[in-house]
Design a protein around this ligand. Sequence first.
Ligand SMILES: N[C@@H](CCC(=O)N[C@@H](CS)C(=O)NCC(=O)O)C(=O)O
Length: 304
Amino acid sequence: MSDLVLFHYPMSPFSEKIRAMLGYANLSWSSVIVREMPPRPELNILAGGYRKVPVAQLGADIFCDTRTIAAEIARLADKPELILEQQPEDVQAFVEAVDLDIFMACVISASDGRLLRKLIRETSLLHALRFLKDRISMGKKSRVKTVRGAEAKDKVMAHLADLERRLDHDFLFGTTPCIADFSAYHGLWFVCELAGKPWLRDFPKVGSWMARMKAFGHGNAQDLSADEAIARARHAEPRELPSGGDNEMLGTEVSVAPTDYGRDPVTGTLVHAGAREAILARNVPETGPLHVHFPKQGFRIKPA
Ligand SMILES: N[C@@H](CCC(=O)N[C@@H](CS)C(=O)NCC(=O)O)C(=O)O
């Protein structure tokens, strides 16, 4: 069993991206289910108020954003194809587009009354209304320009046509999967699996590729309570820092926040700023010292 703990919730597409990678990597992992919206006290303790999900944990090291989590899965399972920065530029550009613009278009175009009724059935009317209020407020504070309604659906259909053209092999960039497959999968998982849209009808190669991605499964997950995860952090030391990297703010108190949406900052001491990631040291009463990892791209570091 790997020591990887994933904090996630079932209907989160970015969590599905990681669950599918864990299936592909054939890893055993521990699963902590968190709420679909704040407050998330366990993540406040471990990730210092980082707003987004999923988050992963290995002992006293906490990983924010699917890019840093993917790099850890790559390391644990010897799957370098899951490390974004090791991919050619065209793959990196594809991932950037599908993880933001296309993902937003998928969520906006597929979120309708039917999906809301499903959420009400699976939770409660009050929960669904709170969820909507939370996402509207998050949208208002977002820095991402999004398309609406019919335009969003047009964007998704154009994306499906693009994937259909690309799929000469079993996977998007060749005969074996890489991080791009998982990034393209999770938005369409939301559209087809969660919202039940029949939009793959005219795209048979995309349909077969989705089936291949789904067949990876989720690896072997064991439930873990948030308290047990916090205890694991308390009984561990942060691992040795990577070598290299430089930043004039090293050793000082900084805040780190995503630049797109869910821009709640995390504060701590900047202990590493490399080409790929930044690491903050935080010390909280519940766990003692923690290292919180963020990808460099898409995050802003400022003096606290
Ligand atoms: N760039 C982030 C995006 C993560 C993301 O947007 N996650 C969604 C859930 S799928 C989220 O956090 N939504 C707000 C929330 O759950 O509070 C990543 O790669 O992890």
